[in-house]
Design a protein around this ligand. Structure first.
Ligand SMILES: NC(=O)C1=CN([C@@H]2O[C@H](COP(=O)(O)OP(=O)(O)OC[C@H]3O[C@@H](n4cnc5c(N)ncnc54)[C@H](OP(=O)(O)O)[C@@H]3O)[C@@H](O)[C@H]2O)C=CC1
Ligand SMILES: O=C(O)[C@H](O)COP(=O)(O)O
Length: 495
């Protein structure tokens, strides 16, 4: 089945994809559409609706109403529907992955993987939700000094209400369901604003939830440019929680949002520290896998290698770079076009700056449209922009260090603090370095990665607020409710 055909034809009107509200696919009254440009052809691939503020208001009203009855749906029933949605998602992995290839130039194999991984995430979340939401806490007053056992405190996790989910272009399905599933199992309703690049893949994913039979109005999907409709959504009084993944936009949103819980996963400058005793073949493989595997916030973004092993490491990395395939996502190439022309221009700016300041180019810089060939920059110095900024593309700086402390200092001087990694055969040194690195996660002897999706995933500093990963996402989308039973006189069990 192709995108927008068969059971999926309901979501398209002519050549414009509809938005989803009150359990129906609708055409916006705005009469305006947003074009999605295929990064490979640089031509319009799809169009989606530019929804109006009135339509957002209506979505929010329905969402609030639907959430009240959803909160009264038994946990097992919520989980059952999520399992159904997961199965339907996997069943439709081909048309959804076709959209990922065309909207964000994700290599075809990786596109299939994203959809299957998303189905697995939804199912795992259903099971985890039943467990952690199916139990609460029972506290006794006399555990605190000065109290008799006259009070029983019952606590449980309750829904926050309406959750606004805003995922990024690079995982428009996986980073959408990583917000949708926790929100729903926790008894919330969900309003999704997908990224423009990736919106059609997201709409196909939403239809899988529709086909699973979730109550009308519980899930909504509003399309339109974030720069146009975004503020109205994030500042909407009906929103009780925002889960956002993306760039600095998240920092702006956090300053505008009202008194609601925020879950933010933002950019990263993941540092890879290579010690003198590192397995350099392992390190080189992970640097190439981590640094040249698509537009990922957890990509290796700067290599900090001890001078004494730098020549050997750079040689090994360059040998592996030479084997990378470059071209269209349809051919499953390792390196495919970056998402937009502006992104490619940004990357080019970093490369030009590095060249002007004397970085050593291990490959000739090459670009055709949005396609940039993999480039390793050696002898990068802290006065170069590439040492600090996130290219979000296949350009990787190498900084040679004379001590581990220098490497840790560089890592911690960054505004980012998402992930990092360290390569050494000495586990004691690895733990000390991990503890010293100001990053949400440090990988020892492997490249940074968010997955598997049940691991906690969080950014420090400008890399985020709160923690993701299935369990932590469920908890972040709940509040605590206490009920205290007051006894007329102390009562102790005699055992
Ligand atoms: N942490 C991560 O996983 C990711 C980090 N990034 C970082 O962000 C940079 C830019 O990527 P990009 O995708 O443009 O990231 P953005 O932060 O611009 O976009 C992320 C999401 O936010 C939406 N958005 C944009 N403006 C607003 C707004 N004012 N209010 C509400 N939502 C809004 C976008 O919608 P729309 O697409 O319509 O603009 C998209 O859905 C990358 O170069 C990278 O550094 C990017 C992707 C993932
Ligand atoms: O936002 C991102 O880029 C993703 O969180 C990275 O996920 P991954 O490490 O599984 O590619």
């Amino acid at each position: 089945m192709e995108a927008g055909t068969g059971v999926l034809s309901e979501i398209i009107d002519g050549d414009v994809y509809k938005y989803y509200s009150e359990g129906e696919w609708k055409v916006s009254n705005s009469g305006k559409t947003v074009s999605i440009i295929n990064p490979t052809t640089r031509k319009t691939q799809y169009k989606v609706q530019a929804c109006t503020q009135e339509e957002v208001n209506s979505v929010m009203e329905c969402s609030k109403k639907a959430q009240k009855s959803w909160a009264k749906t038994p946990l097992w029933k919520r989980a059952e529907l999520l399992h159904k949605a997961a199965a339907i998602l996997k069943e439709h992995k081909n048309p959804i992955s076709e959209c990922l290839v065309k909207e964000i130039a994700k290599p075809a194999k990786d596109a299939i993987t994203e959809v299957v991984r998303s189905g697995d995430l939804v199912s795992y979340c259903a099971e985890e939700g039943v467990r952690i939401l199916g139990e609460g806490k029972f506290l006794l007053s006399d555990s605190f000094p000065g109290n008799e056992r006259t009070k029983y405190c019952l606590t449980s996790k309750i829904p926050v209400g309406v959750v606004l989910a805003i995922p990024p272009f690079n995982y428009p399905v996986n980073l959408a369901v990583s917000k949708i599933a926790p929100a729903l199992i926790a008894g919330n309703s969900l309003v999704l604003k997908p990224p423009t690049q990736g919106a059609v893949a997201a709409l196909h994913m939403v239809h899988c939830f529709h086909l699973a039979g979730f109550p009308k109005g519980l899930i909504s999907c509003v399309t339109g440019k974030g720069s146009e409709i975004g503020d109205f959504l994030t500042m909407h009084p009906a929103v009780n929680c925002i889960s956002f993944t993306g760039g600095d936009t998240g920092i702006t949103i956090s300053k505008k949002a009202s008194m609601i819980p925020l879950q933010m996963e933002l950019g990263g400058k993941d540092a890879c520290i290579i010690l003198e005793d590192a397995d350099l073949d392992l390190a080189a493989s992970n640097i190439v896998k981590g640094g040249f595997s698509g537009q990922r916030c957890t990509a290796v973004k700067v290599v900090l290698v001890m001078e004494s092993v730098a020549d050997e490491l750079v040689k090994k990395v360059n040998e592996k770079i030479a084997k990378l395939t470059v071209g269209p996502p349809e051919d499953d190439c390792d390196i495919t076009p970056v998402v937009t022309e502006s992104s490619a221009n940004f990357i080019e700016g970093l490369v030009t700056d590095a060249k002007q300041k004397g970085a050593m180019f291990c490959q000739v810089y090459k670009r055709e449209g949005n396609l940039i060939w993999p480039l390793l920059l050696d002898n990068v110095r802290p006065d170069m922009r590439i040492a600090w900024e996130e290219p979000f593309g296949p350009v990787l700086p190498v900084i040679r260090i004379s001590s581990v402390e220098e490497g840790i200092h560089h890592c911690n001087a960054s505004n980012f603090g998402l992930q990092g990694c360290v390569f050494t055969r000495d586990i004691n040194k690895a733990i000390l370095i991990s503890d010293a690195m100001e990053a949400g996660t440090v990988q020892i002897n492997s490249a940074p990665a968010r997955g598997p999706d049940h691991f906690p995933f969080q950014g420090l500093k400008d890399s985020g607020i709160g923690s993701q990963g299935i369990t932590n996402s469920i908890s972040m989308m709940t509040k605590i409710k206490s009920t205290v039973i007051n006894l007329p006189s102390p009562s102790y069990t005699m055992g």
